[in-house]
Design a protein around this ligand. Structure first.
Ligand code: PEP
Ligand code: MG
Length: 560
């Protein structure tokens, strides 16, 4: 038996035999480059059709992107010209796609980095076709298997009989890799980051995979297996329970209604929520509009995206956060300066103040898209009242501009702020008198309170959401909002962390905004909480002097 600690990719538990997928590709080309491109295109077409039948729109788009690359004359002619200069076809393909991919991977723009993966995958595909690699055509398994591999491209994954995949385990790929996205849309667990996978997992190894924690047990002993089976049974009951909560509102144990909203990054994220009851969008991160292409989105493109979401949500509020780039999100055309400490640099509202026209255009697009309806405008990275006042003036200017253009616009809007800097949280009592709502961004708030970069693994142990300072400031923020009669919600990752749900209720928070996947889990947890008990738990937590003790209290009573 061996217990491997990987990275939790997609949630859930599974046990089954492993199938280790290894590509044995010779390096000798047996067809020419034009033939290889043709074969690759046919493969992609076939896989795209399969994806259309079994997966969501997002996955189909991946195959469309591959197709476009294969049809890109410039790419193929670069490969051809290296072949003419004497390279063999496989080396030429590897060199050209490898170089292009490395250039794109070094870009800070997220859109470009994603293209780097696409080019790399397409390069591999052409090499396989060149060498006549017979893909393991539609590998059909007798029963469920756990697919293990060093790397799984979306193309590889589509070769398998998807309904028989119980889980995916890989060495490469992070929490946002294509493998993980695919596993999530198939609803199966995934663990990535398993070092030396080839030596540790073989075809036929029996695996217990825990996608919630990233733990993989290879050939478990009797005791471990029995324990895992018990958890599997609990997980099954749990999934049934959360499925049944899909169509109901969220209530506390005492019967009080509670708001659960979703966080989205683009309008397509709502597709899977057609049948689900939720209280609107608590956080619409609008950065995707700015990072998805190399050009600034037009007023019309923005308005269309916002309107789609507003229409989908009917009578519920959509909370649109104004552009929040900077930090780890870089947009080339915004002329952002290279900064030593970007998380302490020009980000969020600060960047909007440096790019007033872009901010104004976004506000116009929001107000125009919400004409005849209601909307919440959320401002990121606020540290002083001056910034809030400036933004409110800009909203007035947006109204004037739309009037001048004879365009109808929303008059029924609320203006709120992200509470994600300690400066803002400490002065929450003052801000509560100056805006309509608070949304607590715990991802940044925790990093700024604990002085630990949220993306730096070497200080991960200091990035401690259980720290008393974090809880004191969230509590003060919530109470300031309640006292001043404005609404307060949590939209950072802690909203989806069930350890914290009870104390958020205890603080008087009545709304949480979480990724769609987590909605059911949060509704279920809320149903176990009574306001009275929550207030007591909060009191105990706030009188503890140490993060470890707090973590212990909050983790008490095994929760998923
Ligand atoms: C946050 O900081 O908690 C938040 C929700 O914003 P983002 O993760 O987009 O910075
Ligand atoms: Mg933030």
């Amino acid at each position: 038996m061996e217990i491997i600690k990987g990275i939790a990719g997609a949630p859930g538990l599974a046990k089954a035999d492993a199938y280790f997928y290894r590509k044995n590709i010779s390096k000798t080309a047996v067809v020419d480059i034009d033939e290889a491109v043709k074969i690759s295109l046919e493969k992609i077409e076939g896989l795209k059709r399969k994806a259309e039948n079994s997966l969501g729109e997002g996955e189909v788009k991946i195959f469309e992107a591959y197709k476009m690359l294969l049809e890109d004359r410039a790419l193929i002619s670069q490969i051809r010209s290296r072949i003419e200069d004497g390279d063999d076809a496989v080396s030429a393909t590897e060199a050209v796609t490898g170089r292009m991919s490395a250039i794109l991977a070094s870009k800070k723009n997220e859109y470009m980095r994603q293209r780097a993966d696409d080019i790399r995958y397409v390069g591999k595909l052409i090499c396989e076709s060149l060498c006549g690699a017979k893909q393991e055509d539609d590998k059909n398994f007798e029963g469920k298997v756990i697919l293990a591999a060093y790397e799984l491209t979306p193309v590889d994954t589509m070769l398998f009989d998807l309904k028989n995949l119980a889980a995916i385990v890989t060495e490469t790929g992070g929490a946002t890799s294509h493998t993980v996205i695919l596993a999530k849309s198939l609803g199966i667990p995934a663990v990535t980051g398993v070092e030396n996978i080839e030596k540790r997992i073989k075809t036929g190894s029996f695996l217990c995979v825990d996608g919630n924690t990233g733990k993989v047990t290879v050939d478990p002993g009797k005791e471990q297996l029995a324990e895992f089976e018990m958890r599997l049974e609990e997980e099954r009951n749990f999934i049934e329970k959360i499925k049944s909560l899909k169509k109901s509102k969220a209530y506390l144990r005492d019967g009080e209604e509670f708001n659960v909203c979703v966080n989205i990054g683009n309008p397509e994220d709502l597709n899977e929520l057609e049948e689900t009851v939720f209280n609107g969008v608590g956080l619409f991160r609008t950065e995707f509009l700015y990072s998805k292409s190399q050009k600034k989105p037009t007023f019309e493109q923005q308005a269309e995206a916002y309107k789609k979401v507003i229409d989908f949500c009917g009578d519920e509020y959509v909370t649109i956060r104004t552009i929040d780039v900077g930090g780890d999100k870089i947009i080339d055309y915004l002329n952002m300066k290279k900064e030593e400490n970007p998380f302490l640099g020009s980000r969020g509202i600060r960047l909007s103040m440096d790019n007033g026209e872009i901010f104004l255009e976004q506000l116009c697009a929001i107000l125009y898209a919400a004409r005849g309806k209601k909307v919440k405008i959320l401002l990121p990275m606020i540290t002083s009242v001056k910034e809030l006042d400036w933004a409110k003036d800009m909203i007035k200017k947006a109204e004037e501009r739309l009037s001048e253009k004879n365009l109808d616009f929303c008059r029924n809007y609320l203006v709120g702020i992200m509470i994600e800097t300690p400066a803002c949280a400490v002065c929450a009592d003052i801000f509560a008198k100056k805006c309509d709502f608070f949304s607590i961004g715990t991802n940044d708030l925790v990093q700024y309170i604990t002085a630990a970069d949220r993306g730096n693994v070497s200080v991960a142990k200091f990035y401690n959401p259980y720290h008393l300072a974090v809880l004191r400031l969230i509590d003060f923020t919530a109470k300031s909002a309640v006292k001043n009669g404005i609404s307060v919600s949590v939209c950072g990752d802690l909203a989806a962390n069930l350890d914290f749900t009870e104390i958020f209720v205890g603080m008087g928070i009545k709304s949480l905004s979480v990724p769609a996947m987590i909605l059911g889990r949060v509704k279920k947890r809320l149903g176990e909480i009574s306001e009275k008990e929550a207030a007591k738990t909060l009191e105990t937590v706030l009188s503890s002097d140490d993060g470890d003790k707090i973590e212990g209290i909050l983790k008490k009573g095994e929760r998923k």
